[in-house]
Design a protein around this ligand. Structure first.
Ligand code: NDP
Length: 271
């Protein structure tokens, strides 16, 4: 039987890499996209084709999707995953950095969805998995722009799910909590590029403390497994939050209400 065709973004490390490899092991032919082609070459196999791509380049994205459909005849799965986390206070993060966060995390996902949907509509099937975050439903100090980008993806995903349901296309959100990948070290490096006056010292210390918790977090395999479950299930959950911290945060925010939740977060960040 011919393999189903998947396109995974952000496949050069972390969640995207684990997902591309698991899908390939599970009977998919995977196009693995990212900017660092040398990293993608390390996972090249009979069933994983590296694609060098920047999610900011709309023409290149359309070209890649066209190439997949011309060469393979279809596209069954899109895993929108490429992204990064910008940290810093609202007062201090420069506007161009905030715009870039949305360009990658929000418009990047939208560009891929726009590119695959006409083909999925024509074939009357397909599955889009958008990787959001625990911060897709809650927000905490120092993560404002990142959380806003993930909230935006949650809103877009809910809308598009209703728009394409009748065409046989599934649209799923997977919302990871803290996962051990390159994400945190990149976040840490970006935080150091934002200049904060000493008045924000406690917030910045709190952020560093949160980032230090990454070593106790699970690896990306659990998210890859959730993606595989979503794409193979006839009726996947519309939003799958995992591991437990991601589920618990939404419940805690709902039970506590915004004021007490915000107090509890500041306590945890120790400021
Ligand atoms: P990594 O930093 O390990 O991987 C991020 C991937 O995104 C890389 O493959 C990177 O590839 C790619 N990427 C970033 N910017 C671009 C761009 N402009 N164009 C193309 N590719 C890009 O992080 P994770 O695997 O942890 O993150 C994956 C997703 O999971 C992100 O959307 C993140 O927000 C989300 N997430 C992660 C959590 C965590 O704790 N790790 C928690 C919640 C959500 P390259 O640089 O080669 O282009």
């Amino acid at each position: 039987m011919s393999r189903r065709i998947a396109l995974v973004t952000g496949a050069s490390s972390g969640i995207g890499k684990a997902t591309a490899m698991l899908l390939a092991e599970s009977g998919y032919h995977v196009f693995a996209a990212a900017r660092r082609i040398d990293r993608l070459e390390q996972i090249r196999s009979e069933y994983i084709e590296p694609v060098e791509l920047d999610v900011l380049d709309e023409d290149a994205i359309r070209g890649v999707v066209q190439h997949i459909v011309s060469s393979r005849g279809r596209i069954d799965v899109l895993v929108n995953n490429a992204g990064y986390g910008l940290m810093g206070t609202l007062e201090c993060v420069p506007m161009d950095a905030a715009h870039r966060q949305f360009e990658v995390n929000v418009f990047g996902y939208a560009r891929f969805m726009q590119a695959v949907l006409p083909h999925m509509r024509t074939q009357k099937s397909g599955c889009i998995v958008n990787i959001t975050s625990i911060l897709g439903k809650i927000s905490i100090p120092g993560f404002g722009w990142y959380a806003a980008s993930k909230h935006a993806i949650e809103a877009l995903t809910e809308a598009v799910r209703g728009e394409v349901m009748e065409f046989g296309i599934k649209v799923v959100l997977i919302a990871p909590g803290l996962i051990r990948t390159e994400f945190m070290s990149k976040q840490q490096a970006l935080l150091e590029t934002v200049e904060h006056p000493s008045a924000y010292r406690k917030v910045i210390m709190g952020l560093r403390r949160l980032l230090a918790g990454e070593s106790r977090a699970p690896g990306p395999a659990i998210i890859a497994r959730a993606v595989l479950d979503a794409v193979t299930s006839p009726n996947p959950p519309v939003r799958h939050a995992l591991p437990l911290d991601s589920k618990a945060a939404v419940v805690a925010r709902w039970l506590m209400g915004p004021r007490i939740f915000s107090w509890a977060i500041r306590r945890q960040m120790k400021f």
